[in-house]
Every structure is written in structure tokens, then in C-alpha cells.
Write a protein that binds this ligand. Structure first.
Ligand code: SF4
Length: 306
């Protein structure tokens, strides 16, 4: 019987499929992916691909984004239950009522939100391009930023814009422990701390570099330091170790020292579920055309500004 890797390879050819994977996936999934990236890179690749099928190894909102950009392609994901606490923190009706109470504000939403929230937004952003997008707006523009309050606070500080923030957060990034970070910094006094802006300010204030997963990976490669403490989902460390075998990357633990710094949603995807998805072309992302068109407009504004 063929091993799982040959089965995946054969199915990929049969289906004319491309495998896109986020950096927070298990290392074995990262190693079979055709394209690795953060939300922005994967969204950009989803626009360019000429494959008939996109097998998206990430979470539901990312697969929705691929579908919004590729209505004619079949977009499948390994596990339909791979959601996102941050996207779930902005339920459609509640969000609608909230933004309607600020009719003079424009709505910028982080890509980690549902298609329904995207459809109610003026521009989408990612952690790679949020600053650039905010700076492209007039200085006196009234802006709602959703759903991540930590990224919002970081951007408020960085750009000096008066952002009105939705109270959402990522369950992985908000529980990193400052106490553990200080202990690690004492144990590795020459280490640089690299943090994702979805983290709380009590982590960000120790960071030598704050940025998207891609910028964290790039910073680790370019820096002359040999040791890094990584304050984001530890899946990124796989790519960092592959590219920099002589450097040391230490994952920051969460508050109770458990493995909750791994995203439980991302980690639902497995190689076996990828094979099953390609064999059966399910679970598949489908969407009403009206919702797709409404959520496409703010995504296209983001891609034009990126
Ligand atoms: S790491 Fe956080 S923001 Fe990313 S998918 Fe998981 S829950 Fe959502």
C-alpha cells in the first residue's frame, strides 16, 4: 500500500490541486505544502493559482477568504471544525449593531474574521499590512478597528490614530505568560524576543521585534543573534529551524505552562484528513454569491494597497 505522502502526491495530481498551508500548521503538513505563508501571502497566492482545487490547511476564515477570491475553484479544508476564537469573538448581529451606532466611522477589519464581518467592513487588513493601510487614510478619519483589541491597541500606539476597538482576542496569543518570558530572558540574556501583535502589551513591551509571522521568520534569519524567544504560535519555529539550523528558537509558554500556545483549531488538521479531503472533495467551502461579492470589495481594497 502507498504511504500517506505518495497518496497525497497522487491525489494532488489527479485533482489538479494546490496545497496552501499556514505557518501554524503541524510540521508534517508544512513539509507537504506547495505554498507556505501568513494570511496575506496565502490570500495573494489564492488569487494567482491556476489549480482547480485549493486544499487550504489553515482555519475556516482563511478558507472562506480563498473562496471569496476564487469563486470558480473548489476550496476544501481538512477539518470543517478548524475555527478561530478571534473570528468567533465578532458575531455577525452584534457586530452589525455596534458599527451601526458609529455611522461616521469607516470599518477596518483584520482578516481573522468571518465573511459576514468582512462584508460589513470597508477595508480588510492583515498584521503585515495594517500599518500601511491605516497610514493611507486621512489623518482625521474616524476608524473602527476589529476584531482584535491587542492588534488594535498596538496599531493605535504605532500610528497615533484614534481607533475605536472591538473587544475581541485570540485565545492563543492572549495567554502568553509575562512571568515565563522574564524567566526565559534571564536564562537566555542574549536572546531577542520576537512577538506577534496579537499578544498583550505585557508581552509586546519586552519584544525586540513585533510583526506578522512572515516578518518574525525573516527577522530571525537576518538578525546576528543566535537565540530567539518566540511569542507566537510555535508552528513558525519549524520554518525558522529549517532555514537557520545553527540558531536556537525557544517557544514562549502560556500562563499555566501547558501546550496551549499551540492553536487548537489549526492543529485539528492532519495528513489523514488532507487525504480524505482530496479523495472526497469535502469538507468544501460554499458561499452565497451576494455575501461573496460584499466581502470581496474590502478584500480587493486591501490587496490593491498591499
Ligand atoms: S492562533 Fe488565534 S487567531 Fe490564529 S487561528 Fe488560532 S485562535 Fe485564531
Amino acid at each position: 500500500m502507498d504511504d500517506i505522502f505518495s497518496r497525497l502526491e497522487n491525489l494532488k495530481k489527479e485533482r489538479n490541486a494546490v496545497i496552501l498551508a499556514h505557518y501554524y500548521q503541524d510540521p508534517d503538513i508544512q513539509d507537504v505544502a506547495d505554498v507556505m505563508g501568513d494570511s496575506l501571502a496565502l490570500a495573494q497566492h489564492a488569487v494567482k493559482t491556476d489549480a482547480d482545487v485549493i486544499l487550504f490547511c489553515g482555519v475556516h476564515f482563511m478558507c472562506e477568504t480563498a473562496k471569496i477570491l476564487n469563486p470558480r475553484k473548489t476550496v476544501i479544508l481538512p477539518d470543517m471544525n478548524a475555527g478561530c476564537s478571534l473570528a468567533d469573538s465578532a458575531p455577525k448581529e452584534e457586530f452589525k449593531r455596534w458599527i451601526e451606532s458609529y455611522p461616521d466611522h469607516i470599518v477596518i477589519s483584520y482578516i481573522n474574521c468571518s465573511a459576514d464581518v468582512k462584508a460589513m467592513s470597508d477595508i480588510i487588513c492583515t498584521s503585515s499590512n495594517a500599518e500601511k493601510i491605516l497610514n493611507s487614510l486621512p489623518k482625521d478619519e474616524k476608524i473602527i478597528f476589529a476584531p482584535d483589541k491587542y492588534l488594535g491597541s498596538f496599531l493605535k500606539e504605532k500610528t497615533g490614530r484614534n481607533l475605536l476597538l472591538w473587544n475581541g482576542s485570540c485565545q492563543v496569543h492572549e495567554i502568553f505568560s509575562e512571568k515565563e518570558l522574564v524567566k526565559l530572558m534571564t536564562r537566555h540574556p542574549l536572546a531577542e524576543v520576537l512577538a506577534h501583535p496579537e499578544c498583550d502589551e505585557n508581552i509586546l513591551r519586552h519584544a525586540h521585534h513585533i510583526g506578522s509571522t512572515t516578518s518574525i521568520i525573516n527577522y530571525g534569519a537576518k538578525s546576528n543573534s543566535n537565540t530567539f524567544i518566540i511569542a507566537t504560535e510555535p508552528g513558525v519555529i519549524h520554518q525558522m529551524e529549517k532555514a537557520n539550523p545553527r540558531k536556537t528558537f525557544v517557544p514562549l509558554p502560556s500562563n499555566d505552562g501547558c501546550a496551549c500556545n499551540e492553536c487548537p483549531h489549526m492543529r485539528l488538521n492532519t495528513l489523514e484528513k488532507m487525504v480524505s479531503a482530496l479523495e472526497n472533495l469535502t469538507p468544501e467551502i460554499t458561499m452565497e454569491e451576494e455575501l461573496r461579492l460584499k466581502s470581496l470589495a474590502p478584500l480587493e481594497r486591501m490587496l490593491a494597497l498591499s
